[in-house]
Design a protein around this ligand. Structure first.
Ligand code: BGC
Length: 335
């Protein structure tokens, strides 16, 4: 083989190996890409059918955690993903921003506690963009929300009034600690209560103040009331932590045995105080049930089934001697 032929031969062999190497390289790359595509398609297919946003008042509040648990319980049964969100501390503006973000991320449905009138345009915006909205716990009746699920707050206020009249034999000087009077549900709980006790001659309401749903503010407020109106014999609290604050204030003034206390929500600490007699009665709401039903109603809307406008969850008054049957009920429900 002459020199020229040798060079051509080497070039041909080298070209052959380069071409073979490149073919193997691109073949493997193609295989990897195909695998990634397959994985992406499988992932897409395994995403839940619906993505809902649930926006409550306070992230770590026992009451709101229960609403969240009630909603999340149905995730796998109905192939939905529930994103539970809430401000760290009660903050309606932050809550509104969360609703706005849910709208922007085009969720399939929104469940929101409508704390005040500022929620109306935001709810309408969601509905007008085709996202169904359920108000939970606190309604926004003037908005275009699809449905409200929660306590009949006026009736719950009446129940509290009737319990107080009954338990004090119609003789009481009352201080009221409410969450926030800007909020419709607290206004209604107050109105219902007033409408009952106003007709009873022996009952007088001497003070009404807000706690902003914190235990600390409830305690400070109850303390100031007890100092200003020494004749107070009963307290009515319209949100979960008010009872704890009232009991702490009465305790520090050594009045815990003289004061009748009725408050909202069967959260753990309230139950303990009911057990030991510091709280006399609790208005029990059904936060778990509220979350649970919200998912079912959202699915009804999305799957074109007929819905009602208002779903009232149960409300009842529990006293110390109802605790045994209540525990039994809860155990049965857990089974
Ligand atoms: C109310 C909720 C509130 C909670 C916290 C409950 O009684 O229904 O709206 O967020 O108390 O205090």
């Amino acid at each position: 083989m002459n020199r020229k032929a040798k060079i051509i031969y080497i070039i041909l062999i080298t070209t052959f190996f380069i071409a073979a190497g490149l073919s193997i390289y691109y073949y493997q790359k193609l295989q990897i890409n195909n695998k990634q595509m397959d994985e992406a398609v499988t992932f897409e297919a395994s995403l839940p059918a619906y993505h809902f946003a649930l926006i409550g008042e306070e992230r770590n509040h026992e009451y709101w955690r229960l609403v969240g648990e009630g909603a999340k319980e149905l995730e796998s049964e109905y192939d939905v993903f529930v994103e539970y969100e809430a401000p760290k501390r009660s903050n309606p503006d932050e809550q509104l921003k969360l609703v706005d973000m849910a709208i922007k991320s085009k969720v399939d449905g929104i469940i929101v506690q409508a704390l005040n009138d500022n929620f109306t345009p935001m709810i309408n915006k969601a509905v007008n963009e085709g996202i169904p909205v359920i108000t939970v716990d606190t309604d926004s009746p003037d908005s275009e929300r699809n449905a409200y699920i929660g306590t009949d707050n006026y009736e719950a206020g009446r129940l509290a009034g009737e319990a107080l009249v009954n338990d004090t034999n119609g003789q009481a000087t009352v201080g009221i600690i409410t969450g926030n009077l800007d909020n419709l549900h607290h206004q209604l709980r107050l109105q219902g209560f007033k409408d009952v006790v106003e007709d009873v001659e022996g009952i007088e309401i001497v003070a009404i103040e807000e706690s902003n749903i914190t235990r600390v503010e409830a305690e400070e407020t109850a303390y100031s009331m007890l100092m200003e109106y020494e004749n107070i014999t009963a307290f009515y609290g319209t949100s979960s932590y008010n009872g704890l604050g009232i009991v702490a204030a009465a305790d520090s003034l050594k009045k815990q045995n003289d004061i009748y206390v009725i408050t909202f929500d069967a959260i753990k600490q309230n139950i303990e105080l009911l057990e030991n007699g510091d709280i006399d009665a609790i208005v029990e709401q059904q936060p778990f049930e509220m979350g649970n039903q919200s998912i079912k109603v959202l699915l009804d809307i999305l799957q074109d089934r007929e819905i009602e406008e208002i779903y009232h969850t149960d409300t009842s008054v529990i006293r110390r001697n109802d605790l045994a049957s209540m525990t039994e009920r809860r155990m049965l429900a857990d089974d």
